[in-house]
Design a protein around this ligand. Structure first.
Ligand SMILES: [Zn+2]
Length: 299
């Protein structure tokens, strides 16, 4: 599982509107279904290439382009502090108690309450250990609720950081001059996956969710719009600080430029399972986006 603790505050680079988002402390990229263009379904963490839209000015930006303005601690780290304070004492007491084979606390409590009823002056009323434990649990629950309300109150002024939608992508690409290369790389990658979704839907309608042998993969032909976007994306990927060679190879393969695809894939340094699957298809001159089935997904 991907784990989160607390929240981060990020200001829009265009209008300074502060948004809140979850603070991830560990990421798990596993998904139920992965495709060769990078599309994944039921993923435990999908950042949508980091592309967001401002709730204030409605402009687009990458999370990496925002101004980080601070954080709001989450429930876990607020409660943990209290837990540690109690923990040491509890631990020592437990170790000491370990010597007893049976717990006769209830018997002591019973005798004491009888004595207390018989002579309340000598044996003043004392709560039983069970009662004390019950009250402590109730107090902790009330504290938890209070902390929860505190967190909600601190979060209230900020809108959630929201992702750019697939329907925004065409607009971003039409105004490409306004945006950074990093942002365009994200937008064009998302647009590539989005335009491939039609093909995916057709294939699913015919074959369901099953992986199919290469010779049965339905034909794929990129439209002019798809090809324009894919070629522009290839150029952007080639100038990135970290060149995703397997992704460039996959784009060339889907465009039908198999020789170029093989050159880039042969040189690819990313996931071997993914690279090998794509390379095999390029050699067989198959263009279609395909499902990549990783070892942990086979059953
Ligand atoms: Zn803004």
């Amino acid at each position: 599982m991907s784990r989160t603790d607390g929240y981060q505050l990020h200001a829009c680079p265009h209008c300074d509107k502060v948004h809140v988002c979850l603070n991830y402390v560990s990421l798990n990229f596993m998904a139920r279904e992965n495709w060769s263009d990078g599309r994944s379904y039921q993923s435990l963490y999908d950042s949508r290439q980091g592309l967001h839209r401002c709730v204030g000015c409605e402009e687009f930006f990458l999370k990496s382009e925002t101004n980080y303005v601070g954080d709001i601690p989450g429930l876990r780290s607020r409660i943990k502090k209290n837990e540690y304070e109690f923990d040491v004492e509890e631990l020592i007491r437990r170790q000491r108690d370990d010597g007893h084979l049976f717990d006769f606390t209830w018997l002591h409590d019973l005798f004491y309450s009888m004595k207390s009823r018989w002579n309340p002056t000598r044996y003043p009323f004392k709560k039983s250990k069970k009662q004390i434990a019950k009250e402590k649990a109730a107090k902790e629950e009330a504290e938890l609720l209070q902390v929860e309300q505190e967190v909600q109150k601190e979060l209230a002024p900020y809108p959630w950081l929201s992702y750019a939608q697939d329907s925004d992508l065409k607009n971003i690409i039409a105004n490409k001059g306004k945006y950074s290369d990093d942002l365009m790389r994200s937008a064009r990658t998302l647009y590539w996956m989005y335009l491939n979704d039609d093909y995916r839907a057709q294939r699913k309608a015919k074959f369901g969710d099953k992986p199919i042998p290469p010779e049965e993969i339905p034909e794929f032909q990129a439209t002019a719009e798809q090809a324009d976007n894919m070629l522009a994306l290839i150029e952007l990927l080639k100038t990135d600080s970290y060149v995703l060679k397997t992704r460039i190879g996959e784009l060339y393969r889907e465009l039908g430029y198999f020789d170029q695809a093989i050159v880039w894939l042969d040189d690819g340094s990313e996931s071997y399972q993914e690279k090998d699957a794509i390379l095999l298809l390029a050699r067989k001159k198959i263009r279609a986006p395909v499902r990549i089935v990783y070892a942990h997904q086979r059953h």
